[in-house]
Structures are given as structure tokens and as C-alpha cells.
Ligand binder design. Structure first.
Ligand code: GDP
Length: 444
């Protein structure tokens, strides 16, 4: 067997830093340690203080070396971590020395974790959890990532797959003995019950309103309303900076402007949209269409009304929805006697009332995030496969129910197992591996 490359990367953050960690995984570690560390190959799992030298015996730095022999290491291979001073010159000298060795090269993004996955140490959802915990900004993102990387999703998907394997075995009995007199009824009835229970569980998981994905990627709030209502001004207030252009010319926000905030402990994208109105202007009309699209996908819509000159048109269908939060703006000027019913009265310009709106948004988002406990779908990839898997189970159930054939049902269950298997990465994932691991940082 040809020797696999040994990979090497800076695993710690941007220099300069007090300490950096340089990580290596692969067979060349023995040789490298023998040649470059004064201590030689360190005793396994024991931090060893040593001098680290280049190929000409020049001192690179002094620090700790930690050797974790495979297979009981993160990657399943021999790994070595060097804890050195985190200055750019040290890192440069260390890494350039290491990669001079044949078969030692810089790691690709996520390559350590990919090796862990390929060695069967973790499954794909756990690998995704590793990527997510590194990116996590909110406590909720961290908790979700941690649950995922410690096997929280694996457990659920494995249980479903095990049940399906059991169901498949039962259906195969019916396929094997198609001629037995009363076999169909007796064997299919319990299988249908089991399938229905599983269908119910998958439907429940899919009925999570996307909370897992939203905790990871962000919730969405859209500010909508007539041109000039003060939408951009409110966005800028919430963002505490000038994100959107504020002008008194109606129809200026032609595209959608999004600002990312943390509200209610969650990542939230607030979008300022083109004012909703009938228009002849092609570009503005496209803006209105985009505004409608963004509004349709939002978790919450803030419908803004210029209190000094309310355009009541936007308060009616097709723009208005019963769950919209109606905000009357420009409370600092003479308000029209003709105001609609509203939830909040603010002045986006001088800030009056904005804190109340912000607190209400934070509450809404926090409650929404808490409305589903421990979602098992945290990425679009999981959802797509689960939807497919559910479709197969329904088809299998119907085939048994209508008596159209145990063989068809068995095939559908087999397909469902594949779809669930793809989520955890046991089958059919060649195409997604690259996509999953390329999102990692180098060194992980
Ligand atoms: P948009 O088209 O809905 O995004 O509205 P803008 O935020 O661009 O604001 C339109 C105009 O209304 C600008 O001249 C703003 O300065 C003004 N404006 C926004 N909010 C207020 C407010 O609370 N009070 C007053 N008096 N003017 C405001």
C-alpha cells in the first residue's frame, strides 16, 4: 500500500498569538519527530517540553509536543500537535520545515475531520457539528452544534434506519413466500402499523418549521410597507449603523438590503425591502417582486406606515397579512387622524419607541427558536433526504395497503434506508463530501 500523505496545518487562529498549535496527521510523524524534535517521538498522550529544530538543526522554537498514536486519535492516524509561540516567523519556519519532508503537505480545509469520517470515527452529521461549533456565534448555535457533534442526530437517524431494516426483513418474508395462503394479511398488517408509526415520526421531524436550520443560518424579519414609510431608517436604527440609504425620494430601496444582528439570542437577518406599490419603472417593479419574495419567506413581517401620510393601500390585500406587526412611524410629526390599527407607534428618525419594537422582536425570535426541542434537521441537506425518505415510506405503506406488491414495498423501504443513510454518510455521499468538508477551516 502506498503511503498516504501526512497532512499539516496551523490549527489555531491568526498570528500573532501567545501560543499556536501546529497539527500533523499521518505516518511521516515518526520520522519527523525523530529528525526535528530533541525529545524524539514523545511518549504517547504526554505533553513533552522539547526543542524543535529545522533540517539543519537550527532552532525553530521551544514548546510542547503531544503525540497521539492511531487508531485512538481524532483522525484515526498517528497525530502530533506542536504547541509553539504564536508569532508569524515561528509558524512560517515550523511549517516550511515540516512540508519539506516527502509526503508531508498542507492540509485542505476540513481534511483532518474528513480523515476522521473516513476512518469511521464520526459520521457526517457529527462532522457537520464540528464545522458548526467552530462557526457558532450564539449560545443556541453552540448548543445545537455540540449536540450534533456528540452524536445527537446520529442516534436518531440510526434508530430510524435500524427500524427500517427490521421492517425490510419482515417485508422480505412476504416476498419470499408469496404463495402462502393467508400470509399477506398476517404479515402485512403489523408492517403497515410499524411503517405508519415511522411515517408519523418523520412527519413530526419535518414539521419543525425549519427551526434547526434557522438557529444555524439565522431567522428572517422583513420590513415592508409603502415607499417613504421610513423602512430604511428603522433598519439603520436596528443595525445601529447606516446600512440602507435613506432619502426622501420614494422608491429608492430597489433591492433588498439585509443586516445581520443577534436578537433574542439568535442570528437574525433583517431585510429592508423596496416599497410596495404599483409601478411602471421596470427596475422598481423587480424590487417590488423581490420584496414580496423576501416577505413571503420571513419569519416575521413588520409593516410600516407613514403616520403623517398613511398609504392605506398597503394595509389591504395582497400586501397585508394578519400576523404582520403594524408600525406607525413618524410619531414626531403631526399624525394623520386617519391612522389604521397598529401595534407600535415610533419615530424611526429620533428613536422614540424603537427599543420597544426591538424588545418585542427579540421575544418573538427567542420564543420561536424555543418552540421546537432538539430539532433533528439542521441543514437543507438533511431536510431534502428526509423528505425523500418519507416519500418512499408512504409509497411502501400504500403498496402494502393496496396489496400492489410486497416487492415494490421492499424496494421503497430500501430506498428510504439509503436516503437516511446519506444523511449520516454511510451511502451515496461522494457528491456531498466535498461540499460538506470545503466549508471547514484549514486545520480542522
Ligand atoms: P423607506 O422608503 O420606507 O425606506 O423610507 P426612508 O427610511 O428612506 O425614509 C423616507 C423619508 O422619511 C426620509 O426623508 C426620512 O428621513 C424620513 N423619515 C423616516 N423616519 C422618520 C420619522 O420617524 N420621522 C420623520 N419626521 N421622518 C422620518
Amino acid at each position: 500500500m502506498s503511503e498516504r500523505d501526512t497532512i499539516c496545518a496551523l490549527a489555531s487562529g491568526q498570528p500573532p498569538a501567545a501560543i499556536c498549535i501546529i497539527r500533523l496527521s499521518g505516518d511521516a510523524i515518526w520520522k519527523l519527530a525523530g529528525a526535528l524534535l530533541d525529545c524524539g517521538l514523545p511518549e504517547p498522550r504526554r505533553a513533552t517540553l522539547t526543542k524543535f529544530r529545522d533540517e539543519d538543526a537550527n532552532l525553530i522554537d521551544e514548546g510542547l509536543a503531544l503525540f497521539m498514536p492511531g487508531p485512538h486519535s481524532y483522525t484515526g492516524e498517528d497525530t502530533l500537535e506542536l504547541y509553539l509561540h504564536g508569532g508569524p516567523a515561528v509558524i512560517e519556519h515550523a511549517i516550511s520545515t515540516l512540508i519539506k519532508e516527502p509526503n508531508v503537505r498542507m492540509a485542505e480545509p476540513g481534511e483532518f475531520t474528513r480523515r476522521a469520517f473516513e476512518a469511521g470515527k464520526i459520521d457526517l452529521t457529527e462532522a457537520e457539528g464540528v464545522a458548526d461549533i467552530i462557526e457558532a456565534e450564539t449560545t443556541a448555535q453552540k448548543a445545537q452544534a455540540l449536540r450534533q457533534l456528540t452524536g445527537g442526530l446520529t442516534e436518531q437517524y440510526d434508530r430510524w434506519r435500524a427500524e427500517l431494516t427490521g421492517i425490510l426483513a419482515l417485508i422480505e418474508v412476504a416476498v419470499d413466500f408469496p404463495d402462502e395462503e393467508d400470509a399477506p394479511e398476517e404479515t402485512t398488517a403489523p408492517v403497515i402499523i410499524k411503517l405508519n408509526r415511522l411515517i408519523g415520526e418523520l412527519e413530526e421531524a419535518l414539521g419543525d418549521r425549519g427551526i434547526g436550520e434557522k438557529i444555524r443560518d439565522g431567522f428572517r424579519i422583513a420590513i415592508i410597507g409603502a415607499p417613504n414609510a421610513g423602512k430604511s431608517t428603522l433598519l439603520n436604527r436596528l443595525a445601529r449603523r447606516d446600512a440602507a440609504i435613506v432619502t426622501s425620494r420614494p422608491g429608492t430601496t430597489r433591492d433588498v438590503i439585509e443586516v445581520r444582528l443577534v436578537l433574542g439570542g439568535q442570528i437574525v437577518w433583517i431585510s429592508d425591502t423596496a416599497g410596495l406599490r404599483e409601478t411602471e419603472d421596470e427596475i422598481e417593479a423587480e424590487g417590488v417582486r423581490r420584496a414580496e419574495r423576501v416577505a413571503a419567506e420571513a419569519d416575521l413581517r413588520l409593516l410600516m406606515v407613514d403616520g403623517s401620510a398613511p398609504e392605506l393601500g398597503v394595509l389591504t390585500s395582497p400586501y397585508r397579512q394578519s400576523t404582520d406587526i403594524v408600525i406607525v412611524n413618524k410619531a414626531d410629526v403631526n399624525l394623520s387622524p386617519d391612522l389604521p390599527e397598529f401595534n407600535y407607534k415610533i419615530s424611526a428618525k429620533d428613536g422614540a419607541g424603537v427599543a420597544e419594537v426591538e424588545a418585542a422582536l427579540a421575544d418573538f425570535i427567542a420564543n420561536k427558536a424555543a418552540s421546537v426541542e432538539a430539532p433533528v434537521i439542521t441543514r437543507a441537506r438533511h431536510r431534502a433526504r428526509l423528505v425523500e425518505g418519507l416519500g418512499c415510506l408512504i409509497a411502501a405503506r400504500d403498496a402494502l395497503d393496496l396489496g400492489t406488491g410486497a416487492e415494490l414495498a421492499a424496494e421503497d423501504v430500501r430506498l428510504a434506508i439509503r436516503h437516511l443513510g446519506a444523511i449520516v454518510g454511510t451511502v451515496g455521499v461522494e457528491d456531498v463530501l466535498g461540499a460538506v468538508f470545503s466549508q471547514f477551516c484549514i486545520g480542522k
